[in-house]
Design a protein around this ligand. Structure first.
Ligand SMILES: Cc1cc2nc3c(=O)[nH]c(=O)nc-3n(C[C@H](O)[C@H](O)[C@H](O)COP(=O)(O)O)c2cc1C
Length: 183
């Protein structure tokens, strides 16, 4: 399965980007190709001018279009997804997510905003044609403690919720591998 992850935090040491990479490790390498789009690394001028001809922007859009599963991760800013995420999503063609699986992930400072994925992000994903949106996973900063060696330490409850959200993908990959082994 071709997976593209879209991480949209402006922070260098981003919890939501770390959670995205952690989600990939939970799939235990069973996926096929993986493209990582870090929106903060895209050229800012081209991004803000919606210059979809710019090679870096075009490659990022193409990575989303080619994916079977798109992992969309964002920090919660002012009770919604980040502006960086919206700037990138606005560059995608209409229906860019149709026929794809989408996994929304978010981290936020306050549990009060755990519904932001549902009330803010999901309507945008739907407008882009997404019809197969997996259970979103929201983590508070307290559930992702900083590790002194870098990275974060996820709480067991968060790992359980992430595994539950990933279960349909893991099952599909397992079935594909079993089918391939029989051929
Ligand atoms: C400008 C700004 C606004 C924020 N607004 C919220 C908010 O409304 N609700 C919330 O739960 N956390 C809020 N936070 C906290 C971040 O969502 C939280 O620290 C998150 O884990 C950051 O993710 P990142 O490390 O991937 O950037 C805000 C942080 C910043 C910098």
């Amino acid at each position: 399965m071709h997976i593209t992850s879209l991480s949209a935090s402006p922070s260098e040491r981003s919890r939501s980007a770390w959670l995205t990479q952690f989600a990939m490790t939970r799939l235990e390498g069973r996926h096929g190709r993986h493209d990582d789009v870090l929106v903060r690394d895209l050229p800012a001028e081209a991004l803000l001018a919606a210059d979809v001809q710019h090679p870096a922007i075009a490659a990022a859009v193409q990575a989303v279009e080619a994916a079977e599963l798109v992992i969309v991760s964002t920090p919660i800013y002012k009770a919604a997804y980040s502006g960086l995420l919206k700037v990138f999503l606005d560059l995608l063609p209409p229906d860019a997510l149709r026929g794809k699986l989408v996994l929304p992930l978010a981290t936020g400072g306050s549990p009060a905003h755990f519904l932001a994925l549902d009330y803010a992000l999901k309507p945008v994903l739907s407008a882009l044609g997404a019809r197969h949106v997996l259970d979103g996973v929201f983590a508070t900063d307290a559930q992702l403690r900083r590790h002194e060696a870098g990275g974060y330490v996820p709480e067991p409850d968060l790992i359980a919720r992430l595994d539950r959200a990933l279960a349909p993908i893991a099952n599909r990959m397992r079935a594909t591998q079993e089918e391939a082994a029989l051929c």
